[in-house]
Structures are given as C-alpha cells and as structure tokens.
Write a protein that binds this ligand. Structure first.
Ligand code: ZN
Length: 228
C-alpha cells in the first residue's frame, strides 16, 4: 500500500507507516499544490466540465480525484472463516476480513490475495468475486472475493494483533471493524445456508465517521444485509 502519496489517500481501511496522516487525509482536500509545477491549486469548474476540480492556473494541469479500491477476501476453512484483529487505526482492536488498498499495476484478484498474505500470513486459493460495496462518502469501493485456505499455518502480519478462525456462532458481530465487512459476512453465511454463492452489490451511506460505526447504520439502496 505504498503506490500513492499519502495526500492522495481517500481514507484508510488499512494503514501503514503513515497511517495517522492517511486516515486524517480521507476528507481533506486531495491536493494543495500542483504535482506538475508546484504552483498553488485553485478549486474551480474547468471549461466543459460540470464539477469542481483541483486546477493549476500556472501550467494548466487538472488533478482529478477518483475513488480508491479496497480489495479483500473471505477465507474459508471447512465451516470456519478467518478474521484478523486490527493492530492499527482506524478501528484498532476490532475484527476484519483481510483487505486493503489495491496497488497500481495490480489486478483486484492479485491485490486481494496479497492483502490476505500480508495481514494474515495465509495461503489461499482465490475463488469468485462475492461482494462489491460503494462507500461513496469516503470515496472507496470495497471488493471481497471468496477464498479457500490451503492450510492453517497462518499468522498475524504487521497490521494484525491476532488471526483466527471463527464458526458462524462465534463471529464477534459487535466487534467488527467496518460495515462492508459485516455486510459481507452476513451475506456469506446466508448464501452458505442456501448452498449457493452469488455476487452481491450494494452501497453504504453515511458520514465518514459512520463507516466504522457499529450502531444502526443508515441503510442504503440494496438489500444486501448492510447492517453490522
Ligand atoms: Zn501546475
């Protein structure tokens, strides 16, 4: 997760060495100075455009801000699912599926596999895409793939305090880090009861703070089990 400069990060699901800055930067302007010429940025609507952009009036560059992709997996071992307890903010101490920012020059499948290795030290066989959630208010899109663990020789990576397998009845629903994680897990157990895994999409709405809230969320458009 080092491919983009910290001030380009649109909120951190998972942090790194500069995680504090990256998290704070989620809702701050993406750019103060032009990355081409160093001149101060002006926020205005460019000609023939329809929304405000970070424009450089010195060299003419327009700096577009687009959502970040967060990619992860639902690693299965028999009836159990692997979760990681976060060692970093935001949501330190809460449980999550292994996931993190997609790097440049990386496929979503490769990114999900890499994050599973980095956070859980887990070797997997990646399965199909399972959920995709728009999280517009923090400018992110979260993708989770189904995955099968190859063995149980996993161990916490730098960003995890603990990694372990959970039966459905043991999942710490009130201690999950993110609403996209709880939504994905609920959908996973629902599909497993039906013995048929689909692809589920939805969106999570709310203030930046509510991304990590475990209180009743403002539910969005798709009935994809978005409540934590
Ligand atoms: Zn410039």
């Amino acid at each position: 997760m080092s491919a983009t400069p910290p001030n380009h990060r649109a909120g951190a699901l998972h942090g790194g060495p500069r995680r504090g800055l990256r998290y704070i930067s989620s809702m701050t302007p993406a750019l103060n100075f032009c990355s081409v010429c160093g001149h101060a940025i002006t926020l205005r609507v460019p000609e023939a455009d329809n929304r405000e952009r970070a424009c450089c009036d010195q060299c003419g560059a327009i700096h577009y801000v687009n959502p970040k992709m967060v990619v992860g997996t639902v690693p299965m071992w028999g009836e159990q699912v692997l979760l990681c307890r976060r060692a970093i903010e935001p949501r330190r101490g809460f449980w999550t599926l292994p996931a993190g920012f997609l790097e440049a020059d990386e496929t979503t499948a490769a990114g999900a596999t890499r994050e599973t290795d980095e956070e859980a030290g887990a070797r997997i066989v990646l399965g199909p895409l399972f959920t995709m959630y728009d999280v517009v208010h923090v400018r992110q899109i979260h993708l989770f793939y189904l995955a099968r663990l190859v063995d149980t020789d996993f161990m916490p990576g730098e960003e995890s305090l603990e990694v372990r397998l959970f039966d459905e009845s043991d999942v710490p629903w009130n201690e999950l880090a993110f609403r996209t994680v709880s939504a994905t897990l609920r959908q996973f157990f629902a599909d497993r009861r039906l013995e048929r895994f689909g692809v589920h999409t939805g969106s999570i709405e709310g203030s930046p703070r509510s991304l990590s809230g475990t209180a009743t969320p403002a539910l969005a458009t798709m009935a994809a089990g978005l409540a934590p």
